[in-house]
Design a protein around this ligand. Structure first.
Ligand SMILES: NC(=O)c1ccc[n+]([C@@H]2O[C@H](COP(=O)([O-])OP(=O)(O)OC[C@H]3O[C@@H](n4cnc5c(N)ncnc54)[C@H](O)[C@@H]3O)[C@@H](O)[C@H]2O)c1
Length: 281
């Protein structure tokens, strides 16, 4: 514990259960002295365990669908009334694709689902920030973080329309980061996290194979949800006040790799004539 967030107040979107990245961020932010409001959709509040987290961290829960502007207005209003003022940080940890859920292939997408994917996983980030800004809900030098994935830059089999929504999410962070930074010194970044076994993560086809692959490819191994929480807390803290408009890879080095010895070893096993890899390390 470093008391990195002592006196800071925030809003945390997207904690569903104790596997959620947002759940780990809330626990860590609490440990570091922050107070926050927890929010998720009314349906997630019924089926998830958010009340357990709220009790553990002494937090208020406000239901909001992150695509619904009225819900977001209400969330901001209730949060400001609860704290008697502005907040210092927001975590956007929200994503969902019905095309992925329903097994629609990328060349056979349902466009109503596609629009919903973009609305939930990318546009909602813009809506949260626009409504927060118009209500003057964030203190100067505040920090906003959204969670992204490397499928924004590189094609990964099975990630489907979530890839397009992550590209848009990262672009929104830059575009809004310019304006909010210029006017209020508020910084906006995305963290591009390793594949992680959460409820959303498990929905991606072949997730376990992908996790094994990225683990073998990354010199530091995959980053866990807990480690992602550690990183988020540094971005909410005053130690990172000049970091903005960035997509920050938190992936054990995966994004800079082409091929690793450990992955090559595995691939080699499947060849008809495996190569002698000794001396390659
Ligand atoms: N799990 C991974 O492998 C991984 C990797 C990189 C990035 N991410 C990103 O991390 C974030 C959190 O996902 P997670 O892996 O913790 O899974 P999760 O399923 O625990 O969290 C996703 C959350 O989004 C919420 N949500 C869905 N629709 C919503 C809406 N309309 N309004 C408000 N909330 C809504 C869900 O209720 C849930 O709490 C997502 O943006 C995800 O894309 C996940």
């Amino acid at each position: 514990m470093y008391n990195l967030l002592k006196g800071k107040k925030g809003i945390i979107f997207g904690a569903l259960n104790d596997k959620s990245i947002a759940w780990k961020v809330a626990e860590k932010a609490h440990e570091e002295g922050a107070e926050f409001v927890l929010t998720n959709t009314p349906a997630s509040l019924r089926f998830g365990d958010l009340d357990v987290l709220a009790q553990k961290t002494g937090s208020k829960i406000v239901a909001a669908d992150a695509t619904n502007e009225k819900d977001l207005e209400n969330l901001i209003k209730e949060t400001m009334a609860h704290f008697g003022g502005k907040v210092d940080f927001i975590l956007h940890s929200v994503a969902m694709s019905l095309n992925v859920r329903k097994g629609k292939a990328y060349d056979d997408l349902n466009y109503a689902y596609f629009q919903k994917t973009i609305d939930i996983s990318a546009l909602s980030f813009h809506k949260v920030m626009q409504i927060a800004k118009k209500n003057e809900a964030i203190n100067d030098w505040g920090s906003i973080v959204a969670l992204s994935y490397i499928a924004a830059q590189r094609t990964l089999s099975g990630y489907n329309d979530m890839a397009d929504s992550k590209s848009m999410l990262e672009s929104i962070a830059r575009s809004f980061g310019y304006i909010y930074g210029r006017e209020k010194n508020v910084r906006i970044n995305t963290i591009s996290q390793s594949p992680t076994l959460t409820t959303a993560g498990s929905g991606v086809k072949g997730m376990e194979g992908l996790i094994d692959f990225t683990e073998r490819m990354s010199p530091l191994g995959n980053a866990s949800a807990q480690e992602c929480a550690d990183y988020c807390v540094t971005l909410f803290s005053d130690l990172t006040r000049k970091v903005t408009m960035q997509n920050l890879f938190h992936d054990g080095g995966f994004s800079s790799m082409g091929m690793s010895y450990r992955a090559m070893e595995m691939y080699n096993k499947s060849l008809d004539n495996p190569v002698d890899l000794s001396g390659m390390k």
